[in-house]
Design a protein around this ligand. Structure first.
Ligand code: SF4
Length: 433
């Protein structure tokens, strides 16, 4: 892939935050970074309450395991930031947009990883927010802390830890080897090296991959030597099923974790409340995933069996065989003025059409993710293999595996998606929203 031409950029990236919101057709959009996707029940309840009372009523889960609320108008923006600060979700106004940290959502829960990631996520978050220079990182810059299974290391982060010892820079092996205890200082140093290299070029790059020879230059500053391809993960090799494990999942010690997903990644206040209440009966922890799912760990099996149908009753997907699994959509009409279609409504219609033809139940473990987009920007598209369904103004174009099919109606679009979705597995990825 060629280098992105960044010379025409006029300034910093426009990724929204809680203070620097994005103006959309349906009001302001505010995004809250959730390092590692880690929330506690009280925070999810507050997000749901805030979405319902100040915004559109929905918490949007992003492909970086962050959350955003749209439809904020007038004084609601300021009130939003006040509430998020009180909830502990905005520890720093200066660094709020740069705390982009992915983490393996199932770390420590299923025996597939090599390390526990939550302590490293917290250490990395604190380290980022304590370095004055890193306040200048672009909002698109991304860290990943993988537990060794290779799920989030595969998502195109600028700097990723892949245990047992690898540091990846823009997906390439940096040649650096670190223990988990040594990882955070090296990751922070790599981010500072990016800013230094960017400065030396007077570049407008937002990502390491946008700098000429970026991985090699940054690795060299740290005493490494970047090479491709990246190492194969050793921690279970389960990246390919990331985001496709749903329902009640067995944890070591006889415990259970619930893995659920809101349709199209849009969590209502009632659903948020139900998830938070379920989490109260477990470890008191909620993990958002880069696949727009939610994991509630540490329940007894009795509580898991009690809560799974309750979560299904409020409209959450609890079964991996659901046709909704792996289906995402950008905002589309009416929220985005650029959109050529109401992609979320059309995605629902296409799923209904596929279900009517008996095609909706294709085994999701062998299905590519599907992403609907209202225009060619394709916001929120997965970075790995995927079926992209792009509005054209006179229907949709279905892109997959280097082939494109133009479709005039929803039936035709649904049929084209079904025909392209079941190919070789690849981990869903992330370019946020
Ligand atoms: S892909 Fe286009 S229509 Fe969808 S949110 Fe992005 S800009 Fe808007």
């Amino acid at each position: 892939m060629g280098l992105t031409d960044v010379s025409e950029r006029s300034g910093p990236d426009a990724c929204p935050g809680a203070f620097q919101t994005h103006s959309a057709a349906d009001g302001a959009v505010a995004r809250i970074r959730v390092p590692g996707g880690l929330l506690i029940p009280r925070q999810l309840r507050e997000l749901g309450h805030t979405a319902a009372s100040l915004g559109s009523g929905v918490i949007e889960l992003t492909s970086r395991a962050n959350v955003q609320i749209r439809g904020l108008r007038g004084d609601a923006e300021r009130e939003f930031a006040t509430r998020m600060t009180a909830a502990g979700l905005l520890p720093s106004a200066t660094y709020e947009r740069v705390r982009n940290i992915l983490a393996s959502p199932m770390a420590g829960l299923d025996g597939h990883g090599l390390i526990e990631v939550a302590p490293l996520v917290r250490e990395l978050d604190l380290a980022i927010c304590s370095r004055p220079a890193l306040a200048d990182l672009p909002g698109r810059f991304l860290f990943a802390v993988d537990d060794g299974r290779g799920d989030v290391a595969a998502l195109g982060a600028d700097i990723a830890l892949l245990p047992p010892a690898f540091v990846l820079i823009a997906g390439q092996d940096s040649g650096l080897r670190v223990s988990p205890a040594e990882a955070v200082p090296v990751m922070v140093a790599a981010a500072e090296a990016f800013l230094a290299e960017r400065g030396s070029d007077d570049s407008k790059a937002w990502r390491i991959s946008e700098l000429p020879d970026g991985p090699a230059r940054i690795a060299a500053r740290l005493g490494g030597h970047a090479t491709a391809p990246p190492p194969r993960p050793r921690g279970g090799g389960v990246a390919a099923v990331a985001g496709k494990q749903m329902g009640a999942l067995a944890q070591p010690g006889g415990w259970a974790a619930l893995s659920v997903m809101p349709p199209l990644g849009r969590l209502s206040a009632a659903q948020a409340h139900a998830v938070a209440t379920a989490a109260d009966t477990g470890d008191g922890e909620i993990r958002l995933t880069p696949w727009r799912g939610v994991i509630v760990p540490g329940l007894t099996w009795a509580d898991a069996e009690l809560w799974l149908p309750r979560l299904a009753d409020v409209g959450l997907i609890t079964d991996a065989a659901s046709p909704w699994t792996g289906v995402t959509a950008c905002t589309g009409r009416p929220g985005c003025a650029k959109s050529l279609a109401d992609v979320q409504a059309d995605a629902v219609r296409a799923l209904s059409a596929a279900g009517a033809r008996g095609a909706a139940g294709a085994p999701v473990h062998s299905a590519l993710p599907v992403h609907w987009a209202g225009c060619e920007r394709r916001c929120g598209r997965p970075s790995g293999p995927a079926v992209l369904v792009v509005a054209t103004g006179h229907g949709y174009r279905v892109d997959a595996g280097g082939r494109s099919v133009s479709c005039a109606g929803i039936e035709e679009t649904a049929s084209a998606i079904s025909g392209t979705r079941t190919t070789a597995d690849g981990p869903p990825g992330t370019t946020e929203t």
